[in-house]
Design a protein around this ligand. Sequence first.
Ligand SMILES: Cc1ncc(COP(=O)(O)O)c(C=O)c1O
Length: 476
Amino acid sequence: MTQTWVIEEFLETKNNRLHIDGVNADDLARERGTPLFVFSENRIRHNIERLRKSASVIDCPLKLCYAAKAMSTMGILRAIKDAECDIEVNSGGELWKALKAGFTGDQIIFNGTSKEIWEIELAIENSIYAIQVDSIYELFLIEETAKRLNKRANVSMRLVPEIKTGTHSGLQTALLTSKFGMMPEEAFEAFRAHKDSPHLDLCGIHLHIGSQTPEAHAYADAFQMLFESMFRIYNETQTKLKHINLGGGFPVNYLRDALHESEFPDEQREMFAADFEPANAVDDAWKLVKSIATDVDAGHLLKDLTLLLEPGRSIIADAGVCLTTVRNAKTRPFANSEIRNPESEIAADSWLLVDAGFNNLLSMATYHWYYHLISARRAGEPHDTPYKLAGPLCDGGDVYFDHEGHDRLPEHRLLPGNVQPGEVLALLNAGAYTVAQESQSNGRFLPAVVLIHENGKVELIRRRETFDDLISVDVL
Ligand SMILES: Cc1ncc(COP(=O)(O)O)c(C=O)c1O
């Protein structure tokens, strides 16, 4: 039986054990303790190459900037840099980390809705490729800062494209009601007002339609909007933009497992199972814009242009697996009296309490996010026994089903029969927005992270915290 989560030469079953890049996950968990995040450098590179295919469908250079907010331990940032990918940062802290990992200013773009002066200074002092401006007020701050430093800041205006997608409401970033960016009219006015500024190089425009975008055509809509804006800016100010930035948001198929797909709540399935080739979406978008440009005799605007993408999830999500151990097990009568039938074969729910919870995978609480679960120790066995799954936190929301009863997640997770405490399980596609958002809630240590290098060597890139780390910044 081939499991649908298998990815050849990356996620496989050998001798009934899950192997990640050929490394036995059960052994890894035993040697290093759990929770344990395991990342694959091979998979990161594969994902970057997949995105880079977009370069072959456009007539201008492509600049790929990894969205560091998805996962930014130093080992991962270095792996991204070694794969010759540039970087998008979202704060002065991420900017500092990117520089420390060896990225140079021209490889860095900087987003963010609430930038402080020290962050703007750091960006300008390092002559980064673009500060992506969130508002007219922020443009003023950047100009003032650049003037004080006697420098010229490269800036790109973040526009509100008003494109709604089928992603989770918390991941929508392109609506009038979203908090990001400025209205196009404001940006046009800024281009008119600042085109000759000695301290601002208004070199680009930017948008991001959101994360885990299920519809490929949203990229064509977004690109059309960017082109029309670019055309207007040129007509009004004769400014020829150096770059346009189509953002990130390419989806990851979180539901590769067919069994689960069939029992997955309908409303959520489309988003979690979204799957298309980024290069195809970019291809369609480019073709559309090229034909519009030809129609309005503005093909020259696409020359000397660079197209930026800033993907996070599609680079790092499936490259990371979270290994977790069952620490406790119990049974509970069904809550629903109709199915509390003494003749029923299953009279009670089997509960498994694991050592990874929303302190490690925050989105499972904030967005009811789904991470597919398999047994690392018995990966090759049929996963046909239902369990209620919960994390270790003292919080009723720390569960892997929809505790609010809105059916946004499956009630049960399917694993082999008779799972007992001590069994190691694996949460797949757990690389994005997980380690990056962990907390020490309930006095729990941040877990270790390992990276399996291309040569098969397993390297510890973040150690597991100790007691001292729990109080390391307390001053009293
Ligand atoms: C401005 C911006 N760019 C890029 C990204 C990365 O998105 P994703 O990880 O879905 O590719 C995000 C995250 O939502 C974002 O807000």
